[in-house]
Design a protein around this ligand. Sequence first.
Ligand code: CA
Length: 363
Amino acid sequence: MKAERRSFLKKVGVGAAALTAGLASKAVPAFAKKTIRWKMVTTWPPHFPVLGEGADLFAKWVDEMSGGRLKITVYGGGELVPPLGVFDAVSQGTVQMGHGAAYYWAGKSPATQFFAAVPFGFNAQSMNAWILNGGGMKLWEEVYAPFNVKPFLAGNTGVQMGGWFNKEIKSINDIKGLKMRIPGLGGKVIAKAGGNAVLVAGGEIYTNLDRGVIDATEWVGPYHDLKMGFYKAAKYYYYPGWHEPGTALEAIVNKKAWESLPKDLQAIVDAAAYKSNMWMISEFESKNNAALVELIEKHHVKLRQFPESVLKSLKKLSKEVLDDLAAKDPMSKKVYEHFKKFQKNIYAWNKLTEEQYQKFKYL
Ligand code: CA
């Protein structure tokens, strides 16, 4: 009996080994076994919490899924190219990949902003629906195509906070003369409201706020803002982040580098982006509230809600900013029309689902 069993196992073993050898030689061509090395430059400081971590994890997952066949070395902003030089480096093929947010490239094409954040636009769930399954990706690819760059959705912050202010905002008039660090379309809205929207690199915001060079700043949300230490420089923390209701992060790949990858590695890069997208929103959403409690209880931050009248005014101004943009740039018009149509469609559905569900709160 024992001998029989051993002989059976031996046969199975040999069979399996032969089968594996057969598969190895037939299914994986010799060229695909060699290690491909890519460089990924990012707009974040090295290993920056959540955002930079997302880029690091992306590389780790690609390595694991490909059995080490595609190795991506991640560089923080300034290590290889400046943070805002990422798009150019990928476009020119100096590096194969980049990681950042599409609104940083508004100077290349204003339509890029739709694929990061639109004031009073999509939340994370609607952004995913629009880009991944609602036709948004085709437009995003079209916007990046002249630069030989292929975009991937690779993260989302969720609804951001309205920002840190050194005075209370009680009416839209309080925005007048306010010097605020706020990028992108949100900055244009603040400027329309009479404020002074300035761009300050992430690493310099705290000092600017502390020294009174700026009166206010927006950033991300409690988990990340706590790490940035803004509570030491401004005491009013406003919600909601009307200007960034679900900011998307991106991974970008040089077209030539992408086309040189075998199909299975292309699928792995695509899968790592999907995983990254889900990981990032989950990381923010799972940790934001505990950080907010710490900000309020330990650091005595004063939490404030923007008055409804202020939000209504900002919404009206946001529409004007978007209409202006569409009137000036044909590609922005094309994307905005698609965006608006999708927004109308998904909000009609959300009215019956998300909105009704919210009324019941919790168990
Ligand atoms: Ca922000």
